[in-house]
Design a protein around this ligand. Structure first.
Ligand code: CA
Ligand code: CA
Ligand code: CA
Length: 264
């Protein structure tokens, strides 16, 4: 009887401890975490983020979110403010941290990263940042220290679609793993919009978790909002702007030529 109550107390104590520590999905796709997730406000740097930066981040999210015909919010920053997420190259040595902001996703996605030209995910790699990028278990302001990266390092981020809901059966087959480098996506679609938060060293990412064949041009890009701290602002998506501009020029020229033909 005494033994039973002792074990009961032990089990209760264990459950209590379990509830107070962070609950994470176990290694989705066989990947390991880069560093543990730490609670919002648990050090001076993250307190500063909550007090001085979070409102700016939320302002930027709201400023670039509109309601579509079905009443659903869509995050869709225009081309002038989007940064080129395929050129996250560090201009100097940086200590980088990722903050979870929010998610509006039915899937339980995995957020992670690689560096350089490495877009392969193999079991055992230390690649996950938020193994389950869902709230709960995450709360706004929870963060992961990604480490200190050398000048010139190229950062690649990915979102694994629903890989946290059944981590055991998932393998890194990469069919529905979406990268900051659009060319690495099996559906060929862009899955992330990035915006630099003005007057800060913060970069906001808004992710779309559905395959491009399903969302078409109407992704809501709010399936995960993450902020990177310590990443200097990359170039804007100028190549897209330039391409659009050239498209217009060709169109106008083409029309003028046709007009000239009709007149002649
Ligand atoms: Ca969710
Ligand atoms: Ca979506
Ligand atoms: Ca969504």
């Amino acid at each position: 009887m005494i033994k039973k109550s002792i074990s009961f107390v032990l089990v209760s104590a264990f459950c209590f401890l379990g509830a107070s520590t962070f609950v994470e999905a176990s290694s989705p796709m066989g990947l390991q975490s880069i560093n543990p997730v730490e609670s919002a406000g648990s050090d001076a740097r993250s307190q500063d983020f909550l007090q001085n930066s979070l409102s700016k981040v939320q302002h930027v999210i709201n400023a670039h979110t509109y309601t579509d015909l079905f009443g659903n919010p869509r995050f869709n920053p225009n081309l002038l403010v989007r940064v080129n997420m395929n050129s996250l190259i560090l201009p100097s040595e940086q200590s980088i941290r990722a903050y979870f902001i929010s998610e509006d996703a039915n899937y339980q996605n995995t957020f992670g990263m690689t560096t350089g030209h490495d877009f392969s995910l193999s079991a055992g790699d230390q690649a996950t940042i938020f193994a389950n990028a869902s709230a709960p278990p995450l709360q706004t302001g929870d963060f992961v220290d990604l480490g200190v990266f050398d000048k010139g390092t190229k950062l690649n981020f990915f979102l694994g679609q629903d890989t946290a809901s059944n981590p055991i059966s998932n393998t890194p087959d990469e069919e529905t793993v979406w990268w900051t480098n659009q060319l690495k996506n099996k559906d060929g679609a862009q899955h992330v919009f990035g915006i630099a938060i003005p007057n800060t060293n913060l970069l906001l990412m808004g992710w779309e978790d559905l395959s491009g064949s399903l969302f078409g041009l109407n992704g809501d890009y709010n399936d995960l909002f993450v902020v990177l701290e310590g990443v200097a602002t990359p170039e804007p998506e100028t190549y897209l702007i330039l391409a659009t501009f050239l498209g217009f020029v060709i169109l106008i020229r083409g029309n003028k030529r046709q007009e000239a033909k009709v007149k002649s």
